[in-house]
Design a protein around this ligand. Structure first.
Ligand code: FAD
Length: 464
């Protein structure tokens, strides 16, 4: 009898424990269920685009081995059970979830299956360490990154990744791979805003491995020194591939260590931030709604729709902020340094709630992640587990001059400024302001906005 292999955000054949388990038991039929219960909220637009192409790639790779990928939308618990019964499966196998929502399904689905007399097996998740397995000296969960990272390195080496099984086979697919149903509406139609995404990305497992290979050959050595300079292709750009599980963190860790030794550590340390944020999410499933520091619930945020519109469209008059927001809109990704700058600008210069920024990122990032996105927004806002101190207010002009000295990044994304040679980060101060048609003056004065933010943040500190 066939085995039903249930895919969630582990859309790969390599290092996939559930797939290895299923392949050893019999012919495999695979299933993916589109259900908002997978994330606790509907996926954003850019992530939906990614998912469409990732499923298309997975469906094709499975079809080569005669394995159909059934694609259904609706209530995951009901559908997994129905499909298992319909194909007469000997059992259902899947990888343990790495978010609270997937873990909830890990509890409801087995109950529904056993009511039908169906067997199941849950294999390891793709976290390098399960949240229950890593503890501080006093037995609690880690709330600060550096000790977490030290403990991870010293005591929790990730399990070695496993190759894809040679024995994988399915019932056969005479009509070729099953396409993603059009009525899922994962792709934008009118307007088709995905041109920039298509130019920037190739979703899927094969592309993920190519990206890792290129990065390790060409850029990992310089990563520690160059990762903060947004004009350079210094980082791996693996984030959307990791988000959808097209490559496992275990595989990235193992290949990096094998090829680079200690030189790879700055990169692996960033990978550990992903792990840390997932662990935080387990302690606080409402991470995208509630500040981890409760005093921030009283924070005097401003309601400023005009400011938000200028920020989200890349029209604040601060070149590095605008470049970042436009890179995000066009490609579904933004450089980490610039994410921190635009985040600080929204929260501190405009005093707009971080949840509004988190929401915008959730909709526009191809790597929009239920752990990394809210975890980092809380970090930027000073209300997170191991947060930036509240008095750190990035100066967007100085940040631009420091990390994009020759303005190459700004000129790439803000064409209004691309003829400027000097002072690209200070267009409002330049004499040729009126010769930069279409570029807005700054929507706030940074120095005044900074004083306003510090007053609000320190008032909060004093109350508590
Ligand atoms: P690399 O520098 O090559 O790093 C390798 C991998 O490590 C990344 O792919 C990612 O999985 C992980 N990583 C790196 N930096 C971080 C970090 N600060 N926190 C957690 N994991 C990290 N990352 C997401 O994956 N999804 C998000 O939704 C997300 N939202 C963010 C929101 C804000 C406000 C900020 C400041 C950061 C956010 N990040 C998010 C973290 C980081 O910006 C991206 O992971 C990184 O820019 C992705 O590019 P890369 O793959 O080239 O990273």
């Amino acid at each position: 009898a066939p085995v039903l292999l249930w895919f969630r955000y582990d859309l790969r054949l390599d290092d996939n424990p559930a797939l290895i388990d299923a392949a050893a038991k019999g012919p495999v039929t695979a299933l993916f269920v589109l259900d908002p219960a997978l994330d606790g909220r509907p996926l954003g637009g850019a992530a939906r685009w990614w998912l469409h192409h990732s499923l298309t790639a997975l469906s094709a790779a499975l079809a080569e081995r005669g394995v159909p990928l059934l694609l259904r939308a609706g209530d995951a618990t009901a559908i997994v059970t129905e499909e298992a019964a319909r194909i007469g499966a000997q059992g259902v196998v899947w990888n343990r979830g790495n978010t609270p929502w997937l873990r909830r399904l890990d509890q409801t689905v087995p109950v529904a299956l056993s009511r039908q007399g169906l067997a199941h097996r849950i294999t390891a998740s793709d976290l390098m360490v399960e949240p229950e397995a890593i503890r501080t000296g006093s037995g609690g969960a880690f709330k600060v990154f550096t000790p977490f990272w030290k403990t991870l390195q010293a005591h929790h080496r990730p399990a070695p990744p496993q190759d894809r099984p040679e024995t994988l086979r399915g019932p056969g697919l005479p009509d070729g791979p099953i396409p993603v149903p059009e009525d899922w509406g994962l792709l934008p139609t009118r307007p088709d805003w995905a041109g920039g995404l298509r130019a920037a990305w190739i979703p899927g497992e094969a592309a993920a491995h190519r990206r890792l290979g290129d990065f390790l050959q060409e850029r990992v050595q310089a990563y520690g020194n160059r990762r903060d300079f947004p004009a350079e292709p210094a980082t791996s750009r693996l984030s959307p591939h990791l988000r959808f599980g097209e490559i496992s963190a275990r595989r990235v860790w193992q290949v990096t260590e094998a090829l680079t030794g200690p030189d790879g550590l700055p990169f692996l340390r960033e990978l550990a931030w992903r792990e840390f944020n997932h662990h935080i999410l387990f302690q606080a499933p409402d991470l995208h709604l509630l500040p981890l520091r409760p005093e921030f619930r009283q924070f005097p945020w401003r309601d400023d729709p005009k400011g938000f519109a200028a920020w989200s469209r890349g029209k604040t008059g601060y070149p590095i902020v605008d470049a970042g927001m436009r890179e995000l809109w066009q490609t579904g990704w933004m450089h980490n340094r610039v994410r921190m700058i635009v985040g600080s600008f929204l929260v501190k210069d405009l005093l707009i709630p971080w949840t509004a920024g988190e929401d915008w990122f959730w909709d526009t990032l191809v790597d929009a992640c239920p752990a990394n996105n809210p975890g980092n927004w809380q970090w930027v806002s000073g209300c997170g587990a191991d947060a930036a101190p509240y008095f750190r207010v990035f100066n967007p002009v100085l940040q631009g001059e420091k990390f994009d000295g020759d303005g190459a990044y700004v000129r790439r994304w803000v064409p209004e400024l691309n003829r400027k040679r000097q002072g690209v980060h200070r267009p409002a101060e330049a004499e040729d302001l009126f010769r930069t048609p279409g570029y807005p003056p700054p929507i706030v004065d940074h120095n005044r906005a900074r004083d306003r933010a510090l007053a609000a943040f320190s008032a909060l500190k004093e109350q508590n």
